[in-house]
Design a protein around this ligand. Structure first.
Ligand SMILES: [Zn+2]
Ligand SMILES: [Zn+2]
Length: 292
């Protein structure tokens, strides 16, 4: 199955443009910070195997960085709208969730919903992502989910080393205001912005800690949806129409080669169908009782 790409990828809403700008700045900034400042400070060369561990963690960090960037590009570039969908009139069945989108003035497949910001209907619409300025849906969900997974890994990994690095750095000049600044990065507005590198390092430390918490919660929520073949919209409506087989649910979200997707965003993992026709629970149980 070949993917379609979006033409206009720059977010149209200012807050989304700022959020995307922040993501595009902070991810490489922390990557460089970890590889060039933190790791050399932790592995100073005094230990026997320091150079080995330095290289080892740099390679692991680069692998995560590669996956972060690749999956982020995937979320933004891959078109998951209904624009490229070719509908066969025999598929249209209002009892199966086909509905008219009043804005697009067309028929929309089941589980596809209109997005006011993207101005189109989105296949298996999950949500509109405020960090990338586009919708997450059937075709780009895999990239979104694995971006989250790698972001969570990255923030845990970085926090582990940052913890060691920052407390060593502050050991000689520890002051109560440092703690406040770590917990609330914006308190620098109160204490006055000092331009020292320590201030910047503390900011990165806070960002990774907040990132851990934020991505952890998101992964928990999204994994629940993946396992139960639900979208956030369906969860809010408490419908579980498509929740009948755990493995099918995972394939519907991450593709048939889902187990390889954590390795690289470039590994092909085709979705099992076009995202237009969805078998529901009743049909599934009727069919499996027939074949028995
Ligand atoms: Zn629409
Ligand atoms: Zn949208």
């Amino acid at each position: 199955m070949s993917l379609n790409y979006r033409n206009r990828i720059i977010p149209k809403v200012l807050s989304e443009l700022i959020a995307l700008g922040f993501v595009l700045f902070i991810i490489p900034a922390i990557y460089i910070f970890e590889l060039c400042v933190v790791l050399p400070a932790v592995y100073t060369g005094k230990g026997e195997h320091d150079s080995f561990w330095l290289s080892f963690h740099r390679i692991c960090g680069t692998f995560i960085m590669f996956n972060l960037v690749g999956n982020l590009i995937g979320v933004i570039l891959v078109d998951t709208s209904t624009k490229n969908v070719i509908i066969d009139s025999s598929q249209i069945d209002s009892t199966k969730g086909w509905h008219i989108c009043a804005v697009c003035e067309t028929l929309s497949p089941p589980r596809a919903w209109h997005c006011e910001i993207c101005k189109t209907c989105i296949l298996k619409r999950e949500h509109h992502c405020a960090f990338t300025g586009c919708c997450v849906g059937f075709h780009n969900f895999r990239y979104f989910y694995l971006f989250l997974v790698h972001l969570c890994l990255a923030t845990i990994y970085a926090s582990y080393f940052n913890n060691y690095f920052i407390w060593n750095l502050l050991a000689d000049e520890l002051h109560w205001s440092h703690i406040v600044r770590l917990v609330m990065p914006l308190s620098i507005l109160f204490f006055g912005i000092d331009t020292s590198m320590t201030q910047l390092y503390m900011f990165y430390y806070s960002v990774t800690l907040i990132g851990c918490l934020f991505t952890g919660i998101l992964i928990f929520q999204q994994s629940h949806l993946v396992f139960h073949n639900q979208t956030s919209f369906e969860r809010n409506k408490k419908t579980r129409n498509y929740d009948y087989d755990r493995m099918e649910s995972i394939k519907d979200s991450l593709g048939v080669r889902w187990y390889l997707t954590p390795l690289s965003p470039f590994i092909q993992s085709d979705l099992p169908h076009q995202g237009i026709e969805w078998m529901n629970r009743e049909e599934y149980y009727a069919e499996s009782s027939k074949s028995r």
